[in-house]
Write a protein that binds this ligand. Sequence first.
Ligand code: GLY
Length: 508
Amino acid sequence: MNKTATANKKHYEKVMMLSKRRGFIWGPSPEIFGGLSGFYSYGPLGKIIKNNVEELIQKWLWINGFWEVDAPTVSPEIVWISSGHVEGFIDPIVRCTKCKTVYRADKLIEEFAPNIHTSGKSFEELTKIIEEKNIQCPKCGGKLGEVTGYNLMMKTTIGLDTTGYLRPETATTTYIMFKRLHAFFREKLPSKVFQIGKAYRNEISPRQGVLRLREFTQGEAQTFILPEQEHDFADFKKIENEKLPLLPYKIQMEDREDIQNISLREAIDLGYLEKEAYAWHIWVAYKIYEMLGIPKKRFRLRQHLPDERAHYAKDAWDIEFLTQDFGWVELCGVHDRGDYDLSRHQKYSKQKMLVRSSKGKEVPHVLEIAFGIDRTIYALLEANYVKDDVREWLRLPAFIAPIQIAVFPLMKKDGLDAKAKEVYRTLRQTEFRVVYDEDGSIGKRYRRMDEVGTPFEVTIDYQTLEDGTVTIRDRDTMEQHRVKIEELTKEFKKLIQNPLENLAKQMI
Ligand code: GLY
């Protein structure tokens, strides 16, 4: 989250009000007990979107050669000592000496002194900045104390007395299966796996609603690869001319934010990216956002500054979404983790993680794509939220919309309702998500569907009884065209296309 985190949350509130009213996202949970920041629930419509986003990621990764695994979310402390999270997964915090409220020190500085870079700064340096800039407690105006460290992992007790942690990322729980995975893949590299599941971070005082969760869902893909395979990667050659909106750190170092719309090959030639395999992972991640239809001008790929990277990362690029209220927000991180993880797990578990290579035996490297599923869903809602003179509605892509077709009788009489139910029952047998609604005026029913992003409504009117045709209303244009009932399924197959299928065809 960037420097404008304190901006007034007008647009965010509008999106969330609709989300709460119409059953997308509820919270903070548990609502009837007052709610706890950083925890949200998906209502029935939100859960369908979540399933759809997860399925898109799942299928896209599968097409690109990744196999899915599923590991426990709780592990004993040794796992997280080994991964470096006990030591390195630390946020700087500062406490008000008067009211005792605790803040993320770096975020507070960014709010009050937006020109100051906080990444990579020591606790002492952050304390000094707070003093020099005279930053006080936003709540009571009291003096702030010294900056200290705070581990972000959620601790638990396993059984009577074994310390455990809820995983702060799925990635580590994939790495510790490496020996099993390597045998599964008959010792061939690169090998590719992913997990979709919950992760937990004990954020100190999350103040950005669904954009900073303490419990969240990640979709994380890992490629185990030999260093010698990273520079000459066959799949890269197929996509090397694709242009991506890149913001390399070298540009940021010049205090510039102009996006370089260049091909991945050019990015390598210019030294923005080093390895073909890593560049390919960036492309794989980027394609998801393109398929989700988030407008190009609202996302970019920003490389981390060297002092901003996580403890395991040699290189890191984030796919960021431009929110109206909070500025650029990370939706997905692509990390070159080198041999950091497997070397550490080899050391702490005393189990060999070596594989055969032309140099003899080596610890494989890891390239990672980490999708934040919840933020991606929020981005989808925000990017598609529209309030105009006539309507408040969601322009969701048809393949993602929780309800794809609503069937209405023009009126609840004269046999229109019976005919509409018949059409509804037929459409429910197809692959589409269909509902039936006969309550209220037809205008109100259209609005209700617009509000939840339903792209098409089928209306049964008096002409239907005469000639067997119905109207299909298009949510975006509000225009209608007539189709024979027997041709509805064929028509919707044409109207509701999954971009993944088109992309997969191009890749053959
Ligand atoms: N596994 C990397 C992340 O959680 O961002």
